[in-house]
Design a binder for this molecule. Sequence first.
Ligand code: MLT
Ligand code: MN
Ligand code: ZN
Length: 304
Amino acid sequence: MQVMLLGTAAGGGFPQWNCWCPSCRVARTDPAAAVPRSQSSAAVSADGRRWFLLNASPDVRHQIERIPASTPPSTTMRQVPIEGVVLTDAELDHTLGVALLREGRCLHLYATDGVTETLARDSGVLTVTRAFAEVEVTPLAIGATTALLDRRGAHAGLQVEAFTVAAGPPRFASAEREGHTVGLTITAVDSGRSVAFVPGCGELDDALLARFDRADLLLFDGTFWTDDELIRLRIAPRTARQMDHLPISGPGGSLEQLASLRCRHKVYTHINNTNPMLRERGPERAAVERAGLAVGADGMTFTL
Ligand code: MLT
Ligand code: MN
Ligand code: ZN
């Protein structure tokens, strides 16, 4: 099973277009010291041939170029390099890419009913995309496993399980729908190897930690280093926890809680541009690595 990090920044990317926080300044003046990142998304495949996107970011057009695609015969004019898109929520940074894939004519999404409803009624992403393409949605029920199918309807060797994480619904959601924010475990049916994909999570509990312990790769919410990160920078008045992102550092932070898990690869993704661990030679980066975790970067690939 292969997993590729297509994008590892939170909404807005890194550097963020309108931001001059300390990390964004370094990314602009010395990109080797703080490597730019596109908005979070990953791709997964059991056979290296049939790939699924985990979320579809606004940067999907460039991100998809990383997916290895065979050259089609000269008589083939269009070839879509992905089999489907699995969604964790309806947030804009995770779903605007769906509309940007509309030229694909036929798209297969996997999402909970709560996410699908928000995409249809509130953001309009589903409605807009359906004006251009046929969109098939396979519902994900919490705690059930669903086979991922290729474009011909055959089992692609992967199955997905959605699980609830602590979070509020997107700001624009007109209702708090069940399953509005989930994490995903994708398992290769043959090998039993798995990746847990959790780009947004406000809290960790024993059940989540036990689940991550069993995974071979954990891609976890690395949005903020400290709870008051945006307040101290005078960027926004809300804490990380109020924004449903568990901070990394400090007592009860994710670094302390994830450090002891036996999961082989523990990697932060969905990293906000303000997060000081984005600086390659900073003390925060060193602390993450000392604890046995890694800071995700675009293009990182894992063979499980
Ligand atoms: C988040 O990660 O909290 C959301 O993506 C917020 C946003 O879209 O601005
Ligand atoms: Mn986000
Ligand atoms: Zn910034």
